[in-house]
Design a binder for this molecule. Structure first.
Ligand code: DX5
Ligand code: ZN
Length: 222
């Protein structure tokens, strides 16, 4: 299994996105996590299609796009065309995930189902045949810099157990409140894709922070 760091650009300096992305590339980061918010599904508005398009032009890193928008089915083609590699939709944001996941895959992209902290993994395991990844939110979506919600590890464990029991190969991503001091918790619970925003960007040395994550995650390889 691959262990993958997906730095969330939400906490990056938007006036210097090219530099922030370069630092990620220079430090062997495989994914970039892009948070799209609509002010409806979550009480915040962030970035959208033109920014994904611009980022696509300057990097070959995997763009892990997290859609925090109602009825994501309206924008799948647009985000695929903009250059997303993985499109994460929220289980709570649409009536039926199946056609949306099928649509994402028909466009040659990886499809992921995201659950909020209060949603149980049991509500989404039936989607395992259609999803390349499950994204477990470990904070209420909408803002960076919040504290990790411990109880969400149950969702990681449940998805990991189901995956092992049934022989699935989906990735399990965790997003929210992850830092150097607590990243082993989701990794031990079975997550293999780690999102971190404020623990990577912002104050301090971004390269050093990435290297610290890389060091811890390298112990899980193999
Ligand atoms: C929150 C976003 C996260 C956010 C994480 O809704 O989905 O990706 O950027 O930020 P941190 O790592 O600071 O909790
Ligand atoms: Zn996110």
């Amino acid at each position: 299994m691959d262990y993958i760091l997906s730095p969330s650009l939400l906490s990056a300096d938007f006036t210097k996105l090219d530099r922030e992305i370069k630092i990620c590339e220079e430090n062997n980061v495989p994914y970039l996590h892009v948070d799209v918010m609509d002010g409806m599904f979550v009480p915040n508005i962030s970035i959208g299609i033109p920014v994904v398009k611009s980022i696509r032009k300057i990097t070959d890193l995997v763009l892990d796009v997290h859609l925090m928008i109602v009825k994501p089915e309206r924008y799948i083609e647009a985000f695929a065309e903009a250059g997303s590699d993985i499109i994460n939709i929220h289980y709570e944001a649409t009536e039926d995930c199946v056609p949306v996941l099928k649509k994402i895959k028909s466009l040659g992209k990886k499809a992921a189902v995201t659950i909020k902290p209060k949603t149980s993994y049991k509500e989404v395991i039936h989607l395992a045949d259609y999803a390349d990844m499950f994204l477990v939110m470990s904070v209420e979506p909408g803002f960076g810099g919040q504290s990790f919600i411990e109880s969400t590890l149950k969702n990681v464990e449940g998805l990991a157990e189901y995956k092992a029991a049934k022989g699935y190969e989906y990735d399990i991503e965790i997003d929210g409140g992850i830092n150097i001091d607590n990243v082993t918790r989701p990794l031990d619970a079975g997550a293999n894709v780690i999102v971190a925003g404020s623990a990577i960007f912002g104050k301090g040395n971004t390269a050093e922070r990435i290297q610290s994550f890389n060091e811890i995650m390298s112990r899980y390889k193999g």
